[in-house]
Design a protein. Structure first.
Ligand SMILES: [Zn+2]
Length: 176
């Protein structure tokens, strides 16, 4: 097991979490790290579930769906409800980057994916929280009707663990 020599951050989680990632439609991942008042969340969602666009849709339709989703992912409102305990400090999502990759597809021919349809969308949020958060609701399921579950890994100063979040049970109680 790794030692947390650099403090708690998502990179620590990512270093031992996403390596086991498999791309399965309907299933996403959520990494949560809490260090004092700072709460970080990273969602990794199959693009097919995130965009909810027919594979045969024309490129203009797909691009419009990407733009709409990018705007919604920018705010945490559509993603998670911290029940008023936290204020969003910053967010990042991979959609803009992916758009560039599409535009310069030939320059990225070293990528081994057989199709751009089968990738994941990442969205990361950093919150400042009044207290230690041990309960929040995932609102993402309303935004993405084909997404059924999230595998959640969490870590804080004292512990770490795994939880399953489902469409039917989107309210999370975590930490000990
Ligand atoms: Zn896929």
């Amino acid at each position: 097991m790794k030692k947390y020599t650099q403090g708690l951050c998502l990179s620590v989680l990512l270093s031992f979490g996403v390596s086991a990632h498999t791309h399965t439609h309907g299933q996403g991942e959520l990494l949560v790290a809490q260090d004092g008042h700072t709460l970080q969340m990273q969602f990794i969602i199959p693009a097919d579930d995130a965009l909810n666009v027919e594979r045969t849709a024309d490129s203009a339709t797909k691009q419009e769906a990407i733009n709409v989703l990018a705007n919604k992912l920018h705010t945490s409102h559509y993603i998670v409800d911290t029940n008023g305990q936290c204020v969003l400090q910053s967010s990042y999502n991979s959609l803009n980057t992916e758009h560039e990759e599409h535009a310069h597809q030939n320059a990225h021919s070293d990528k081994s994916e057989d199709s751009h349809e089968h990738h994941d969308i990442e969205a990361t949020y950093t919150f400042n929280c009044k207290t230690t958060v041990n309960r929040f609701s995932i609102t993402l399921f309303e935004l993405m009707p084909s997404l059924n579950s999230l595998s959640m890994q969490w870590i804080n100063n004292s512990d770490q663990g795994l939880l399953k979040i489902t469409r039917n049970q989107p309210v999370i109680n975590w930490q000990s």
